[in-house]
Design a protein around this ligand. Structure first.
Ligand SMILES: Cc1cc2nc3c(=O)[nH]c(=O)nc-3n(C[C@H](O)[C@H](O)[C@H](O)COP(=O)(O)O)c2cc1C
Length: 339
């Protein structure tokens, strides 16, 4: 008998826990069909950015003579194809067509940081047929006046505003660089987030020593980046009242998927592995997961979820992490270490 891979995420039923995360692979209907045909349990569309919505709003205000001075401050940072003011309308078309084109849930992605008029777009995305919205809060708080308390309360305010605009589920995708991620996750859970995606990657730039310029490329992820996600999933599993958990970074093989499930992920998302190996890689990931589950004599994927969760009483988890940290450093041995 086959393994039952049925999974629940954001209150949706998925046929398996592998989700194609937001990427250019899902920017066309042909690409979305390919991801579905390769076995994705759900597909996240690439993001519609706050700046793009504000650009459209500014353009329509100018057309009707309101806010003739309105200046779209971020427009100049975008390539022209992304800054075009019809991007939001085309995005709604993509949501509508994609939702009809494939059987699996299509999750739209809104990407922004501030609470303002653009948030109303969530309702249009819902009306276009998205099964859920993933809210990507990609904020690098470079201003030294932005305290962590302010950044977290902005994030919560944004989630509440989107929550108030739609009935479909909302997932929140965050980078790991918050000083107390556990507390933030719990507040997001209480604020009505149906899922948390751990983690967004930061696309920090490198320096080209020949040209003496910044390198603005995208470096795809590596499996060593799963460790932070494993840590937080293992601590959050079973400790939120409502929100489901998505693992977001570093998957290359089915081993990475299995580890994330064991740590407590409801679903495991991947982009880099699909950009490297093509959408067909999803079926390789799925058969690897199935084989592992079978070998261990389990029948359903739900049986392995959270098996490796942190079982320490919550009051003791910090001390346990300190213990693990000290043990790792003090037991290191290598060819140049004496004694
Ligand atoms: C080329 C490229 C485009 C991406 N576009 C988006 C996007 O539009 N919205 C978003 O939330 N994430 C986007 N991501 C991030 C991925 O969804 C994912 O979170 C990240 O790549 C980490 O997963 P991975 O380790 O499997 O690559 C993009 C990533 C890449 C490499």
């Amino acid at each position: 008998m086959g393994i039952d891979l049925t999974t629940h995420y954001l209150g949706l039923t998925l046929k398996n826990p592998i989700v194609a995360s937001a990427s250019p692979l899902a920017s066309t209907i042909a690409g979305i069909r390919q991801l579905a045909a390769s076995g994705a349990g759900a597909i996240v569309l690439p993001s519609l950015f706050e700046e793009q919505i504000r650009q459209e709003l500014a353009a329509s205000e100018q057309l009707i003579g309101v806010g003739a001075d309105s200046h779209f401050e971020a427009g100049s940072y975008f390539p022209p194809s992304v800054a075009a003011s019809d991007v939001p309308r085309r995005y709604l078309d993509l949501v509508a067509e994609a939702s009809k084109a494939v059987e699996v849930p299509v999750i739209a992605s809104l990407n922004g940081t501030t609470v303002s008029g653009w948030v109303d777009y969530a309702a249009q995305i819902e009306a276009a047929g998205a099964a859920a919205i993933e809210l990507n809060v990609y904020r690098i708080a470079t201003s030294a006046s932005a305290t962590s308390a302010l950044v977290e309360s902005d994030c919560l305010g944004l989630v509440m505003a989107v929550r108030a605009s739609v009935r479909i589920p909302i997932a929140v995708k965050l980078h790991p660089y918050y000083s107390a991620f556990g507390a933030l996750a719990r507040q997001l859970d209480a604020a009505g987030a149906d899922g948390i995606v751990l983690f967004n990657r930061l696309y920090a730039q490198d320096i080209d020593l020949v040209r003496l310029g910044w390198v603005k490329d995208v470096a795809l992820s590596h499996p060593s980046e799963t460790r932070l996600g494993l840590l937080w999933l293992s601590h959050l599993f079973g400790r939120l009242s409502h929100a489901s958990l998505a693992a977001g970074t570093g998957v290359e093989t089915s081993d990475d998927v299995i580890k994330y499930l064991l740590a407590g992920a409801d679903v495991v998302m991947t982009t880099s592995s699909l950009l490297r190996n093509g959408p067909g890689h999803i079926s390789a990931l799925l058969s690897g997961v199935e084989n592992w589950i079978k070998l261990r004599d389990f029948k359903e994927v739900t049986e392995i979820r959270g098996l490796m969760r942190d079982r320490t009483p919550e009051s003791d988890t910090e001390r346990r992490e300190r213990g693990g940290y000290i043990r790792s450093l003090t037991t290191y041995r290598g060819p140049y270490v004496t004694g």
